[in-house]
Design a protein around this ligand. Structure first.
Ligand code: HEC
Ligand code: HEC
Length: 382
């Protein structure tokens, strides 16, 4: 290949693709993490990120020279020396592979990355009850908040780490003028050393991983019902379970899933039927025996009995309170506080209690993030 003597080929194309896949999957997953309806894209990007991290760890043992952990400069005095020399602008020797700072960065990034991916997968199973870890929801639903904290903290630490990394690269690029940015694009670094060589076998391995990562991404985003996306809680046929409940309580509004309020709240609702949100419901409408059938059904399926994210979080947010309405629970308020008040007054929605306007399948007990239609309503308004 035609090149000047001061250039070394350090990053083969596979390494560069993987570097940018790591960078982009993290960045995009981070940006979209607050959009509920993009959960599957978030998870799919997380899978790319996770596959790349595993790959990078293996690559550190079997990969080409400059990628190997054995060439990393992890001696702390080397790191200190590196920074002192850098600050004094005396550092002249540019190593072909990782310098002490980037060696440490890579190790740290892999540890933090593994924590992010592991906690993310646990959260997806425990909280969302989705994917192949959804069985964990049964016993570990109490740990939703802990894993969210781990997942978020690790992600912010990683983000901070990315900024440090980018600052370091920028200093190299513009202050020390080592043209580091281009190295991860062209593969060549202005340094002294031998060109790296990647065997056919290693290249095959690297490209297979890249293809697996992309295939996993499309597998996750293409369907809500495969083993990486389907939810443990499937749609409930309330009519088959309790026809009286659906007929009587679904007369004026769509039925509210019983798992959204605790037993004591349902008790208040059922005791107060003669003044039910301004409506007078009497025994002429629902007989005493029908009322008691409905009550038992509500009690048997109340929030205390469910490990769904909404039930667990409603219970947690309530403390000792037992309001008569779901819309009066702190959790409901918190989750809907960012929605423009005007949207609740549009002709499609009419009222905040009209859950079904935004939650497609809530009358079947489904409050899947993927089922929220509010975004469609927002668009129609424009
Ligand atoms: C006569 C009409 C009518 C019937 C029958 C009825 N409701 Fe309601 N319900 C209302 C109205 C009106 C509201 C206020 C919210 C609204 O405008 O939709 C309401 C609100 C509620 C809410 C609070 C929703 C929120 O904002 O969180 C619950 C819970 C509820 N009903 C449960 C029941 C149950 C259980 C039954 C059956 C025993 C029932 N309702 C039967 C008219 C009715
Ligand atoms: C105007 C549209 C709208 C209405 C009406 C509405 N919601 Fe929502 N709801 C949303 C949106 C949007 C979100 C997601 C908020 C976010 O991004 O955190 C949400 C989130 C939720 C969540 C959390 C979902 C999850 O997977 O974490 C629950 C539970 C919920 N809503 C229940 C209800 C119930 C019960 C009602 C009716 C009493 C209702 N919502 C009425 C738009 C609506």
């Amino acid at each position: 290949m035609n090149k000047s003597p001061n250039k070394v080929f350090v990053w083969p194309i596979s390494t560069r693709i993987i570097h940018w896949m790591l960078a982009f999957s993290f960045t995009i997953a981070f940006i979209i993490s607050s959009y509920e309806e993009m959960l599957h894209d978030h998870v799919a990007l997380g899978f790319i990120f996770g596959i790349m991290i595993i790959y990078r760890i293996i690559w550190g043992f079997i990969g080409p020279k400059y990628a190997r952990f054995s060439t990393f400069k992890l001696n702390l005095s080397q790191l200190k020396f590196y920074f002192v020399e850098k600050i004094q602008d005396r550092w002249r020797a540019i190593p072909a592979g990782h310098n002490p700072a980037s060696s440490w960065f890579t190790i740290w990034a892999m540890i933090m990355g593994s924590i992010i991916v592991t906690s993310g997968m646990l959260l997806y199973g425990i909280q969302e009850a989705k994917g192949f870890l959804s069985f964990l929801n049964d016993n570990y639903y109490n740990q939703m908040d802990i894993w969210m904290l781990v997942h978020k903290s690790a992600s912010y630490i990683f983000l901070f780490w990315v900024f440090l990394h980018i600052s370091g690269v920028m200093i190299e690029q513009f202050y020390h003028k080592t043209n580091m940015v281009l190295a991860m694009i062209t593969g060549y670094k202005r340094a002294k050393g031998e060109d790296t060589e990647v065997s056919k076998k290693l290249n095959f391995f690297a490209y297979s991983i890249i293809i697996i990562a992309i295939a996993t991404y499309s597998f996750i985003t293409s369907s809500n019902y495969n083993f990486l996306t389907s939810q443990k809680f499937t749609s409930i046929d309330y009519k088959a379970q309790n026809p009286i409940f659906v007929e009587k309580c679904g007369d004026c509004h769509k039925i509210y899933p019983p798992f959204l309020l605790p037993k004591a709240s349902w008790s208040r609702v059922m005791r107060g039927l003669d003044n039910h949100f301004g409506e007078k419901i009497t025994e002429a409408n629902i007989t005493k025996s029908q009322q008691s059938t409905i009550k038992s059904f509500l009690y048997a399926n109340s929030a205390e009995k469910s490990t769904r994210e909404s039930s667990v979080k409603i219970m947690k947010s309530l403390g000792k309170r037992r309001p008569k309405a779901i819309t009066k629970t702190p959790y409901w308020r918190e989750r809907h506080k960012d929605i423009d008040k005007a949207i609740f007054k549009t002709k499609e929605v009419k009222d905040k209690s009209n859950c079904i306007a935004c939650h497609n399948n809530i009358d079947k007990g489904m409050i899947d993030d993927m089922d929220i239609t509010i975004y469609r309503i927002k668009k129609n308004k424009d």
